[in-house]
Design a protein around this ligand. Structure first.
Ligand code: G16
Length: 545
């Protein structure tokens, strides 16, 4: 049975705040860091049970709140193949997190063991890490208490990025097998990425220096280490690296700021030269935004949709050059946030699917293609090659030198790309490879298609859970009648499109709108936000203006 005495005594030291309800959302639990002690402790136990359920294979736990403000924190669980936790276990996590007392927790754990048919005699192994948030160390010790309570064999991954933790999970679980993902250490990760990058850009013009906005987060450490492995092959200028200065994380910088504000982080204004490529990571380095200033100093954003377009076209071309186009099908997965112009551009060239927000949904849908390219507009995404496709690439016998070159590029891409999850640094190297191969600057890349003007707005409401959606979040089913009002508004705008959904990472409702001209997109977004507010309002001072 469960080690009840240990669980009880540790749990008494991590009581649940009685007034709070916790929810495993888009990317795990996420809220104010100083309210999460009991949740993280319980996640420690849950991760151990998940490992037992998976026959002792290693589970990952990442303590981070990614793009959220510095005072927030959170936790995401990683399954043995390096992917996000299986959806059915998210519900178990929510139940455990909300058990009001130690006794209720024990009851919930016992029920879980029976319902999920967990063999408690199996070993349990977990690897864990955190980002640079000030609330991290205390939460890690709560997590470690969860491990001690269950007797988990835990490995501390230290302070690192979310995608590196995903890499470690997969590397640990494939160690010594024919599917080995790489050496199970950070060094293994940097070596794998930098070696494949160097192979892919050999013989190409050396890239000019790339400015990297590290969001004052853990990506600053990782980018600096990666740079030592890459050396001259990719000169980097690291900005926003103040990871130990309180209050700076994601503040007026980082991928979410750039995407939402559609502008340069203010402190990069004097750093960037016209035409120079720059990119922003987010707080745990799983999202990436590119941009540049033109000769007139105007800002141009190259977001997740533009990355998907660039990368998908390149891969399709390589597959064709390798002589594999009849056997290997490439497809793209997006969400409702994808710019209408990107969807049009991609759908003219290859299959495109729309799924709800959250990397787990995109990843799952991308598994239906031989090569699946998935990116959220916010810069979160990757490319996955099915196991059969990887085998095919390894066995294919090219009939010409050109085929052989293209095939080698594809094989090197499978090594360069972190296929477990969106990874800002791996994606950045991927973008740099494509730009080098195509001899593109930001200008040529940006001209693949012209974005429809768009606007994102957050609305604070009293209960975001009253908002329910369907059709991959493109339509509201609740509150009743609201969708009809939105439809009525949207049809008055040329090329108008708008949708409303509750965030799964912040306590807000999100509104997206696009239209043929910028002022119209802004107006539509704010009018829809006004409708949302009137329907489910709260604090009048927070009515969107
Ligand atoms: C997380 C998820 C992303 C999602 C984003 C926003 O990103 O991993 O898939 O797009 O949250 O989600 P929501 O709109 O539900 O708040 P991150 O980078 O914060 O982990």
């Amino acid at each position: 049975g469960l080690p009840l005495e240990a669980i009880k005594s540790f749990s008494d030291a991590h009581p649940k705040p009685s007034e709070l309800h916790f929810q495993y959302g888009t990317a795990g639990f996420r809220t104010l860091g100083n309210t999460l002690d009991s949740v993280i402790f319980r996640v420690g136990i849950l991760a151990g049970l998940r490992s037992k359920k998976m026959d002792g294979r290693t589970i990952g736990v990442m303590v981070t709140a990614s793009h959220n403000p510095e005072q927030d924190n959170g936790v995401k669980l990683v399954d043995p193949r390096g992917e996000m936790l299986e959806a059915s276990w998210e519900a178990h996590a929510t139940v455990l997190a909300n058990a009001p007392t130690t006794d209720a927790l024990v009851e919930a754990l016992e029920a879980l063991v029976i319902n999920a048919k967990i063999d408690l005699s199996k070993p349990s192994r977990v690897v864990y890490a955190r980002d640079t948030r000030p609330s991290g160390p205390a939460l890690i010790s709560a997590l470690e208490d969860g491990f001690k309570a269950l007797g988990v064999e835990a490995r501390d991954g230290g302070i690192t990025t979310t995608p590196i933790l995903h890499y470690l999970v997969k590397a640990i679980n494939t160690k010594g097998s024919s599917e080995s993902y790489g050496e199970d250490s950070e060094e293994g990760y940097y070596t794998k990425l930098s070696e494949s990058f160097k192979k892919l850009i050999s013989g190409r013009t050396k890239p000019s220096p790339l400015v990297i906005d590290c969001a004052n987060g853990v990506g600053a450490h990782a980018a600096a280490k990666l740079s030592t492995y890459l050396g001259e092959s990719l000169p980097m200028i690291l900005e926003n690296t103040a990871t130990s200065t309180t209050g700076t994380l994601n503040d007026s910088c980082g991928a979410d700021y750039v995407k939402t504000m559609q502008r340069l982080p203010p402190n990069l204004v004097n750093v960037m030269k016209p035409g120079q490529r720059a990119c922003s990571l987010d707080g745990d380095a799983d999202r990436l935004m590119y941009y540049y200033l033109d000769e007139r100093g105007l800002f141009h954003m190259l977001d997740g949709d533009k990355i998907a377009a660039l990368v998908a076209a390149f891969i399709v071309e390589l597959v064709k050059l390798a002589g594999l186009d009849s056997e290997v099908k490439v497809g793209v997965v997006q969400t409702a946030y994808a710019n209408g112009a990107s969807t049009k551009y991609l759908a003219e060239r290859l299959p495109v699917k729309c799924v709800p927000t959250g990397v787990k949904h995109l990843h799952h849908a991308a598994e239906n293609y031989n090569i699946g390219v998935y990116f959220e507009a916010n810069g979160h995404g990757t490319v996955i090659f099915s196991p059969k496709t990887q085998e095919k690439l390894a066995q294919h016998e090219p009939s010409t030198p050109a085929q052989s070159t293209a095939l080698n590029h594809l094989i090197n891409l499978t090594q360069l790309i972190n296929q477990t999850v969106g990874d800002a640094l791996s994606d950045m190297l991927l973008v740099e490879v494509v730009l080098a191969h195509k001899s593109y600057s930001g200008v040529e890349w940006n001209s693949l298609y012209a974005d429809l003007p768009n606007r994102l707005v957050k609305v604070v409401v009293s209960d975001r859970n009253s908002f329910k959606t369907e059709d991959a979040e493109r339509r509201l089913v609740n509150p009743p009648g609201l969708q009809a009002k939105i439809d009525e508004l949207v049809q008055r705008y040329e090329a108008g499109r708008s949708f409303v959904r509750p965030s799964g990472t912040e306590d807000v409702v999100r509104v997206y709108a696009e239209a043929a001209v910028k002022a119209q997109a802004d107006e539509l977004a704010f009018r829809v936000a006004g409708l949302v507010y009137d329907e489910a309002g709260g604090d009048a001072s927070k009515r969107p203006k």
